[in-house]
Design a binder for this molecule. Sequence first.
Ligand SMILES: NC(=O)c1ccc[n+]([C@@H]2O[C@H](COP(=O)([O-])OP(=O)(O)OC[C@H]3O[C@@H](n4cnc5c(N)ncnc54)[C@H](OP(=O)(O)O)[C@@H]3O)[C@@H](O)[C@H]2O)c1
Length: 300
Amino acid sequence: MADSTTSAQPDTSSSDTYDLGALTVHRIGFGAMQLPGRGVMGPPRDRDAAVAVLRRAVELGVDHIDTAQFYGPDVANELIREALHPYPEGLALVSKVGARRDAKGGWPPAQLPAELREDVHANLRSLGVEQLAAVNLRITDPVPHYTPPPLEDQLAEMLAMQDEGLIAGIGLSSVTLEQLDTALGQMDIVCVQNAYSILDRTHEELLQRCVAEEIAFVPFFPLGSAFPGMPKVADQPQVKAVAERHGATPAQVGLAWLLQHAPNVLLIPGTSSVTHLEENLGTAGVTLSAEDLAELDTIS
Ligand SMILES: NC(=O)c1ccc[n+]([C@@H]2O[C@H](COP(=O)([O-])OP(=O)(O)OC[C@H]3O[C@@H](n4cnc5c(N)ncnc54)[C@H](OP(=O)(O)O)[C@@H]3O)[C@@H](O)[C@H]2O)c1
């Protein structure tokens, strides 16, 4: 939940791009996790609608799509390929490895170096590319009866795949500051993807380290996620009040807050709806005042 960190920072939303490794991408991208069926399992309810969301995203300038082979599994990547292949130049397809899906829809870890490699190859095959713009090594929370391989071994495998040209940039997901430091001791990191939003600033220190290191910070769950039982950004009274003042939607205020919070934030809000997609991209036109930021800081 929100800590006491103040948001009274300079307005950084005016810069609409940031570097993702060798690529410079727009700060508002797209997360593909909402495209498969319920629980991120199986085909979408409406395949044509899912394809339309992806095509509209690129039409509106999205050049950064976050995905994973385990979304569906396989479904999100197949939809991306169906909708967008051959891909426009400059489109950054970013995936993540370190997990798989079980028959019940769970997300068990798959962090052995051989599993990481297998997953990268599966992404390359399903997306129909020879190289991924970036791949996040996703570190799983401790799981009973699972001892992950040493982080150094996982990082070495990521580095080997980068050397082989399968991955352009290496990212990290769900990591601690200490794990980021370990990685930075061995290699360049192009992005860090942890849960972060106006409702959950647990990883503030990590985000600020990424600012200092000029690493893109890509918050997942920027709107509070689709998972039932998790608080939603758009439901917060302060967010609604600010939105009303701006003639914006609450989702746009939550996303604008992230853009203004730090210059290295790249957004990947997830949606299965063209209307929501257009709304999220419209966030670029919302600039929050110091008064708005102070009001939003009261969220706890
Ligand atoms: N690294 C990791 O471990 C990890 C974990 C989770 C997610 N991710 C990535 O992060 C991305 C973003 O996270 P997320 O999709 O889980 O959660 P999110 O972006 O916080 O929220 C998605 C939810 O918000 C709704 N939504 C989107 N735009 C909206 C709008 N304008 N107005 C109202 N509701 C709106 C979506 O519903 P509709 O479909 O109806 O729009 C969906 O229910 C994912 O897509 C995925 O690519 C990474």
